[in-house]
Design a protein around this ligand. Structure first.
Ligand code: T46
Length: 147
């Protein structure tokens, strides 16, 4: 009999599992075009797209982790920073190009800050919105990771 499949819970995900993805650029004198395909540029089917805009100076977003959700964050306009935290290490990533996305895997705490004026953060996500997928308490997040 086959052994039971090991479910990937993401509990052991680290910063090394998050990556910068260079997206295609179709250069054109009329303006450039970039696209994101589910299962190609991101390793999931795209279930949701949302965007952050009109972010006031000094504002911070995020401050949580997701249990299952995978996302790609793109600075569609302007720039911002994403601080990734796997419970052991932190890394600050500056996003300022509309043809680069930051893929964030489950069970990584993220905070967004340093938004430039007029910036827009586009997010493509693997699941629809579900509040029960969030860890919004940092200590609960650490405990879930066994840290
Ligand atoms: C992340 C950053 C970049 C919805 O109703 N539907 C949605 O799809 C989303 C994303 C949010 N909401 C509601 C839930 C809350 O009442 O909007 C409110 C703010 O949501 P949240 O705390 O998730 O917003 P951010 O900007 O702090 O975080 C979001 C993502 O959750 C997060 O994974 O990486 O954007």
């Amino acid at each position: 009999m086959e052994p039971p499949a090991v479910l990937s819970t993401g509990l052991t995900n680290t910063l090394d599992d998050c990556r910068l993805v260079q997206l295609p650029q179709i250069a054109d004198p009329r303006g450039n075009l970039t696209f994101v395909e589910g299962g190609n540029h991101v390793p999931f089917d795209i279930a949701r797209v949302y965007y952050l805009y009109d972010v006031p100076g000094g504002a911070e977003r995020g401050g949580h982790a997701h249990k299952e959700l995978r996302q790609l964050l793109i600075a569609m306009s302007g720039s911002f920073d994403v601080v990734l935290d796997d419970g052991r290490e932190k890394k600050r990533v500056h996003l300022n190009r509309s043809y680069f996305g930051l893929e964030i895997v489950p069970m990584i705490w993220r905070e967004l800050d340093n938004f430039s004026s007029g910036s827009v953060c586009l997010v493509v996500a693997s699941h629809r919105y579900d509040e029960s997928d969030y860890y919004r308490d940092y200590d609960e997040f650490l405990a879930a990771k066994g840290l």
